[in-house]
Design a protein around this ligand. Structure first.
Ligand SMILES: *Cc1c(COP(=O)(O)O)cnc(C)c1O
Length: 377
């Protein structure tokens, strides 16, 4: 089955009992047992719920993994996966990742003795150099956030295999529509489904997919133990959004490509970061490992003051955190999504005060270009 068909017919299609084409919302906490321990496969909805399971099966199939899991947010998904590690374990993590992931690793999990070293994973030699005897996993995002650096997943997977490390990839930016990290050697794939998978700015959710069953058993144990599950109604809403993932991703990308090229042509704009540009340093890797470049663009508008002025003038780009929705969104990472990263660290990484990040929506791209043009002027 090809991905566009999988999005419609994958996972659990409809309901056998009634013939309903949409998976019903099982708004239920507990299930009748015919005798003690004799149940239908469902005992309690934290452990398992049919609506959530339909979503979990769908994401597992879309990512070509063995098991899928749905959580109440991307951060709940990430925290549950990191809880798999023990005191004294060490992780090698991308340095250009979602600010909340940096925060939970450096301010929460470090208190429990799980240490992280942050490196530029788009340079596999840096990953290799950071590995310690206590290292248990490599964690990365590609393309990265907000600078859209691309990491060669296959190369990092090779390093992980040779050192018996788990490779964890946050696939939020490209989604399984454009990129399948498990096919490239990853062991665990994570999503903030709040973004492209949901796609309509109406649900906060996280997903995890494991390559094999054993790691899947572990994640299920942790999901049930820690309890950060996605409720049935939100699971249904997410599946509803995912039906149109293909249509949306193609439109996001068409718009992003045109907008990126237009930004490059502007004399009043500094660096433009988009993996689909031939001038992007990782353009060739992006072509090799993914089927598309996505809908995220960052560009340098000069200084923080000009960036703020531009944001205050756009009409079709909504000033907001988040990304991946049908509406175009605009933000200044240094003061919004990445504000939890210390200023000196941000400067080292290249997240300048004038850096603007755009999530290109599905509006008519000519309207988007006109809007940015008047805002830049
Ligand atoms: C938003 C985001 C997260 C966190 O997900 P939430 O759903 O907001 O908890 C993690 N990773 C990436 C890449 C994100 O963009």
């Amino acid at each position: 089955m090809r991905i566009d068909t999988k999005l419609i017919h994958g996972g659990v299609f409809g309901d056998d009992r009634t013939g309903a084409v949409s998976v019903p919302i099982y708004q239920v906490s507990t299930y009748k047992q015919n005798g003690i321990g004799e149940h239908s496969g469902y005992e309690y909805s934290r452990t398992g719920n049919p609506t959530r399971e339909a979503l979990e099966q769908l994401i597992a199939e879309l990512e070509n993994g063995a098991r899928g899991f749905a959580f109440s947010s991307g951060m709940a998904a990430i925290s549950t996966v990191v809880a798999r590690f023990d005191q004294g374990d060490h992780l090698v993590v991308g340095d250009d990742i979602y600010g909340g992931t940096y925060r939970v690793l450096s301010k929460v999990f470090n208190r429990f003795g799980i240490r992280s070293t942050f490196v530029d994973t788009s340079r596999p030699e840096e990953v290799e150099a950071a590995i310690l005897p206590e290292t248990k996993a490599v964690y990365l995002e590609t393309p990265s956030n907000p600078l859209l650096k691309v990491t060669d997943i296959g190369k990092v997977a090779e390093i992980c295999r040779s050192k018996e490390l788990l490779l964890i990839v946050d696939n939020t930016f490209l989604t399984p529509y454009w990129q399948n990290p498990i096919d490239l050697g990853a062991d665990i794939v994570l999503h903030s489904a709040t973004k492209y998978l949901g796609g309509h700015s109406d649900v906060v959710a996280g997903l995890v997919v494991t390559r094999d069953k054993e790691v899947g058993e572990d994640i299920h144990f942790l999901q049930n133990s820690m309890g950060g599950i996605l409720p049935p109604h939100d699971s249904w809403l997410l599946m509803r959004g995912m039906k149109t993932l293909g249509l949306r991703m193609r439109q996001h990308e068409t718009g992003a490509r045109r907008l990126a090229e237009w930004l490059v042509s502007r004399p009043d704009v500094g660096s433009v970061y988009y993996p689909g540009l031939k001038t992007h340093p990782d353009h060739d890797i992006a072509i090799r490992q993914a089927r598309g470049f996505g809908g995220m663009i960052s560009f340098d508008a000069g200084d923080g003051k000009r960036a703020e002025e531009i944001l205050s003038r756009t009409r079709w780009f909504t000033l907001a955190e988040s990304l991946g929705a049908v509406e175009s969104l605009i933000s200044v990472p240094a003061r919004m999504t990445h504000a939890s990263i210390p200023p000196e660290r941000r400067r080292e990484l290249g997240i300048t005060d004038g850096l603007i990040r755009i999530s290109v929506g599905v509006e008519d791209v000519d309207d988007l270009i006109e809007d940015l043009e008047q805002a830049l002027r």
